[in-house]
Design a protein around this ligand. Structure first.
Ligand code: AKB
Length: 349
């Protein structure tokens, strides 16, 4: 009980006695109110589920350009939003009292090469919209994904450092590199709390990726189960950095939860888990599906893959905010095959 007799609890932060009647208000204040833009995509789908589990369904507003994924649309609040429409985003932020925005809408590397002008428009202007909302004090925190695509053919290929030569040769990479510079600028000049990770290729079983160069590492699991045959659009020995979605979501949530003083890089953090070639992933799958036959027919994506790192040094993320991965190629393959083998688990958008 507190000094005036009301029932209290002791704060774990400063040891003060706080009346229970204030507890709900404190939690309301502490709990972020989240908007996910691009919630129906490969990352957005799983991020929406995890954030809803963590902060409560009503506190996580999912949004996308269309109702592309029934799972996301039906599992909690959903709004149709064009990431290029500042007024729509601002209205949503105000009407839902949003504190944190996760901006997941983007055109990935392969699709961006087919439509460079739109890729530049979408990838840059959606970012400016949320950065400007934060600058105006309307939101508190932003998560914006960058990518290994910020590196280019002149970057050291193995164990690519956090700070190194960066001359991206794809539209997607150029937009991500420019975006990183703007994130750091808005942080340094306007104090915007924007946090970012350079995702490697991401592998997941719930939602298919759309238009990336690393997508072969998802396709191969689907085709291995369905046809026991796969034609890979990259050459057999093309090594790239990859990560299982569970790890990517953990990293995303943890960088956003980290105390502000631990986020020392405001462009974007290198992040890594594993690196493998098409030959190596095929060999791992063959341990479970020995009949799998893989052929190779490299297309325009080979040049993109060749310009990217083969492995990444992510020691800064590990030191600054405690990043740790869990899944390697073996564990990921067991989990992918187990989940994809169950009927009706794959949602295609
Ligand atoms: C892509 O392949 O474009 C993406 C990425 C590495 O950012 N998966």
């Amino acid at each position: 009980f507190g000094p005036s007799g009301q029932s209290c609890f002791r704060s774990r932060i400063d040891g003060m006695m706080i009346p229970y009647s204030f507890k709900k208000q404190i939690y309301l204040h502490m709990n972020p109110k989240i908007l996910i833009i691009g919630a129906c995509g490969q990352i957005g789908t799983e991020l929406t589920h995890q954030l809803r589990a963590l902060y409560g369904t009503e506190n996580v507003i999912a949004s996308d350009i269309r109702k592309l994924n029934t799972d996301v649309v039906n599992s909690g609040p959903f709004e149709v939003v064009n990431a290029l429409d500042f007024n729509q985003i601002e209205n949503l932020v105000e009407s839902h009292q949003i504190t944190d925005v996760y901006l997941m809408a983007a055109l990935l590397s392969a699709t961006a090469e087919k439509n460079p002008a739109f890729a530049w428009d979408l990838n840059m202007n959606s970012l400016f919209h949320v950065l400007n909302l934060a600058k105006a004090g309307k939101i508190k925190k932003i998560f914006w994904p960058s990518s290994i695509a910020v590196f280019g053919p002149t970057t050291p290929k193995e164990n690519t450092p956090q700070y190194t030569v960066m001359e991206p040769s794809t539209v997607y990479g150029i937009s991500k590199q420019a975006g990183e510079r703007w994130c750091e600028y808005y942080h340094n000049i306007f104090g915007v709390d924007v946090r970012s990770i350079r995702y490697p290729g991401l592998i997941s079983w719930t939602t298919l990726p759309g238009g990336g160069t690393t997508d072969y590492a998802v396709d191969i699991y689907h085709k291995a189960i369905a046809d026991k045959k796969y034609e890979c659009f990259l050459a057999a020995e093309t090594k790239m950095p990859m990560m299982y979605m569970d790890d990517a979501i953990a990293a995303t949530i943890n960088i956003m939860k980290a105390p502000v003083e631990q986020i020392k890089i405001r462009s974007s953090y290198n992040l890594a888990a594993m690196s493998f070639t098409p030959t190596e992933i095929a060999a791992e799958i063959k341990k479970h599906i020995p009949e799998l036959e893989v052929t190779y027919a490299p297309d325009f994506r080979q040049k993109i893959a060749d310009s990217w790192p083969a492995s990444i040094d992510d020691s800064r993320a590990r030191e600054d905010w405690g990043w740790k991965h869990e899944f390697d190629l073996e564990m990921m393959t067991v989990d992918m095959l187990k989940n994809l083998s169950k009927n009706n688990t794959v949602s295609i958008d």
